[in-house]
Design a protein around this ligand. Structure first.
Ligand code: MN
Ligand code: MN
Ligand code: MN
Length: 284
């Protein structure tokens, strides 16, 4: 069965509309799809009114940013009720965090004489929340830099003036929001945070103690040693295994909906322990 529990639409930083994403998943033979936009369930609210009569089973989801011991982490919530007040509250907190960060980046860029960055970046972002790539695109459009790479190298990359951390909520907070709104918390792509072995162990303990259910043992197509390492970590910490492509759009040549390394047999899939609820959307 083709199960993809991590994907983005243009309600966050993906390229495709929620409906186009759903249709692409159907064309790729995906049987269960979770839409997990960054910090918003708006794509699911839109899709609710447009869901075609046939296609993959849709699972509601969200990918919440948070911070744990100074590291920014992503936690996917699966099966959240998109009208639950706790989820609405989470979305508005994340929006405030992102907007505060965007305002600060714009102020930092003013130091170099670049004015109007906030409005410029907002216009480029469209429905997506304003972030550094939008400021980079704005700097490029204004002729302040010759490429996106130069925008990051000089102004927005690590250690530069525009490298501003958002004031994300804590790990326990986002897990609470997910569980309160009826969802299961999944630690997204655990190897991307570049933690040492001992910090990874501490994180997984903290994650489980706060009510986390699973980790993404598979994120797209990945080396077999990573899959084995993550499966072992899940087992050792009493966590279930999830999988997803983290697809953002056709521009990701190396990612496709439903295309993932196989989940090893020595870990327990999340969907075996908890039947993932059907999205409450009505089909047209
Ligand atoms: Mn993304
Ligand atoms: Mn992520
Ligand atoms: Mn993602």
């Amino acid at each position: 069965m083709s199960i993809d529990l991590h994907a983005h639409s243009d309600a966050s930083d993906g390229d495709l509309s929620p409906l186009a994403l759903y249709q692409r998943a159907a064309a790729q033979g995906v049987e269960v799809l979770a839409l997990t936009d960054h910090d918003t369930a708006q794509g699911l609210r839109d899709l609710r009114r447009q869901l075609p009569g046939a296609g993959p089973r849709l699972v509601s989801g969200i990918e919440l940013s948070c911070v744990w011991q100074g590291v920014t982490l992503h936690v996917v919530g699966l099966g959240v009720h998109i009208d639950h007040p706790a989820l609405r509250f989470a979305e508005s907190c994340q929006k405030v965090a992102r907007e505060g960060r965007a305002r600060l980046i714009a102020r930092r860029l003013e130091r170099f004489g670049f004015r109007g960055g906030l409005d410029g970046a907002r216009a480029i972002a469209g429905r997506d929340a304003v972030g550094r790539p939008h400021f980079a695109a704005w700097l490029l459009a204004q002729g302040h830099v010759r490429s996106m790479a130069e925008a990051f190298d000089r102004y927005l990359g690590a250690g530069k003036a525009g490298d501003v951390q958002a004031t994300w909520p804590g790990l326990e907070q986002v897990i609470y929001w997910i569980r309160r709104s009826g969802g299961l918390a999944v630690l997204a792509h655990p190897l991307t945070y570049r933690l040492t072995r001992s910090r990874m162990v501490r994180l997984l303990r903290a994650f489980r103690d706060a009510g986390g259910a699973a980790i993404e043992v598979v994120s797209g197509v990945q080396p077999i040693d990573q899959t084995r390492q993550l499966a072992r970590l899940a087992r050792e910490h009493g966590l279930l295994a999830s999988q997803g492509s983290d697809f953002h759009g056709p521009r990701d040549h190396w990612r496709e909906l439903g295309r993932m390394s196989p989940l090893p047999p020595d870990c327990e899939p999340l969907w075996h322990a908890y039947p993932l609820p059907d999205f409450e959307g009505a089909r047209a």
